[in-house]
Design a binder for this molecule. Structure first.
Ligand SMILES: [Zn+2]
Length: 330
């Protein structure tokens, strides 16, 4: 059984919207572009992991993705947690691509095809810390003692994992994505001191779902950007020029001459992803670069939004993209 606590795809959508609306020479542009690339790779890595985990018996294993919990030291995150009757298993997913080299100190160097090198800290202490914090969390919530196993999973099977010297060993906990299923079956054969019931596993999962705290999704706050710094207007769906001009119920591109009746839809989506779930007529005019309140009203009313209030004070509400309501186990 899979429980995705937080869908990273929405973060990709938010970053894409931001990337398109931060001007090219803005000092934050580079950071946004880099973070978008990283987030896309995380989503791809997560998809790679779902495949081998899909082979596990859904009656016996509970699988939780992207858990973020709070303890006295702040927040800690677990990419994937597998709950089984004899052990809990933390999977720390690494989206490393190209060639990955483990050196004598456990440091990791990634070499890309363009010979660019990038260093990463030893992942073993990282999962040890997660294990320690999870164990403490379980104790705090009075759950029975269980063995906690962990693997560092290289998400992409095409990644080459090497040691720096013939004598250097790659840590046993480091596995390739396509080994997960077999590694879990191996764990099943190990003798463990504790065993628990599926009912308890469900209680643990339910508690994790309740205590999960999603990261702040307001990107403007995160990057310390002001609303006024964003590019406003409607992008041309044909040539990406911005802004299109609104007249006679349609949008016209002054660059390529294309016209569209619904090009504002993508802009409203950007607004929702970056600014919030509600919009007023004035906010719509400012964001879409429309002068006429009547035109803005027509646009908003054509979009099937929930309307709250009357006349001047009217607020339009978008349908929620990422309902973070606590999930219930059935
Ligand atoms: Zn155009």
């Amino acid at each position: 059984m899979f429980f995705k606590l937080y869908d990273k795809q929405i973060e990709v959508m938010r970053l894409k919207a931001l990337e398109s609306r931060v001007p090219t020479h803005h000092p934050k542009k580079e950071m946004v572009v880099r973070d978008l690339k990283k987030k896309k790779s995380e989503v791809a890595g997560e998809k790679e992991l779902d495949y081998p985990l899909g082979f596990l018996d859904s009656e016996k294993y509970l699988i939780l993705h992207n858990i973020r919990l709070k303890d006295e030291n702040g927040y800690f995150q677990i990419d994937t947690l597998v709950l089984a009757s004899k052990f809990y298993l933390i999977l720390e997913v690494k989206n490393w691509q190209g060639t990955v080299i483990f050196d004598d100190n456990g440091q990791v160097i990634r070499k890309r095809s363009n010979e660019e090198e990038e260093g990463f800290p030893n992942p073993i202490p990282q999962v040890k810390t997660q294990t320690f914090r999870l164990r403490k969390w379980l104790r705090k919530h009075s759950f029975p003692e269980m063995e906690i196993e962990s693997f560092i999973v290289i998400a992409f099977p095409s990644t080459i994992v090497k040691s720096a010297h013939p004598g250097t060993r790659i840590p046993e906990q480091v596995i390739l994505n396509n080994q997960i299923h077999f590694k879990i079956l191996e764990l099943e054969k190990k003798p463990y001191n504790h065993q628990t019931s599926i009912a308890i596993l469900r209680e643990v999962a339910q508690k994790l779902l309740e205590q999960h705290t999603p990261t702040k999704s307001n990107l403007l706050q995160k990057y310390r950007l002001d609303h006024s710094e964003l590019i406003k207007g409607v992008f041309c769906p044909e040539c990406q020029f911005i802004p299109m001009i609104r007249s006679k119920y349609k949008w016209t591109c002054t660059k390529c001459g294309a016209f569209s009746r619904c090009a504002h839809r993508a802009a409203l989506e950007d607004y929702q992803l970056l600014i919030g779930n509600t919009i007023t007529n004035k906010q719509a005019r400012e964001f879409l670069l429309v002068e006429s309140p009547y035109a803005a009203k027509r646009i908003l009313q054509s979009e099937n939004l929930i309307q709250i209030g009357n006349k001047k004070g009217r607020i339009y509400r978008f349908a929620d993209k990422n309902p973070n309501s606590p999930l219930k186990l059935k």
